[in-house]
Design a protein around this ligand. Sequence first.
Ligand code: ZN
Length: 278
Amino acid sequence: MKTQFETAKEFASQYEICNAHCHIYPTKIAGKASDAIGKFYDISMDISAGTSELLINDAKEFGTKKFLVCSAATDPSQVEHINSFIIEECRKHPEFIGFGTLHADYEGDFDKEVQRIIDGGLRGIKLHTDFQKFNIDDDNALNIYRAIEGKIPVLFHMGDKRYEYSAPERLARVMEMFPNLTVFAAHLGGYNAWDRAEKALYGKFQNIYYDCSSSLFALTPERAVELIREAGVDRVFFGTDFPMWSMESELIRFKALPLTEDERKAIFSGNFKRFFGI
Ligand SMILES: [Zn+2]
């Protein structure tokens, strides 16, 4: 009998894989950050700390080509510090594609910080409005989209039935206001709010992409595939939400999805490489 690890490894060896959703933190807070996220979601984290080293280590046996790494500023005073940290990590690790962050209550100059993000080689920003405690469509959050529209995409944490900060309908409102804004809507557009994402987002906006991170554990394989196809197979990325889930556990879940070979390839890396011109 093969172990789960061996099964995952054998499965991964057939594909090129990009991981489109990874959180990294400075080593001295990475353990604490992982614990806090686990408590927030009442989920036991697969990986004990979100460091670059553990991320690379987790992927080592599974041949990951690229990692989208990010970190969201829970407090506006952290914005510049986090952006500098992600820029630094991406310099050390050429396999990383970095997303910086902003906050609706950021007191600095949005345009200037966006320029620093771009000049530092980062490719987008990450917002987790449930942690940041503002609504995606709040008036002061619109300053963020004004500053990045037409320049770099924003990866949103999406959905959570306990909160309305990142409700799919709020993102739909923003998409209507900013037609040139490119968005990655994490967790298939709404963790625990998939029915709402389906209605508010799927098939409606040309500039939305999705990732299937932190979704497969909560959906039946049939329902997950239905959502992926409705969202658009050519716009969904694979991701583990590191340090939440390990490659091993997400690969086992992904393997169970009744997708075609072409669909698997598109989600594992084809869509991601096309988007980033790799
Ligand atoms: Zn995230």
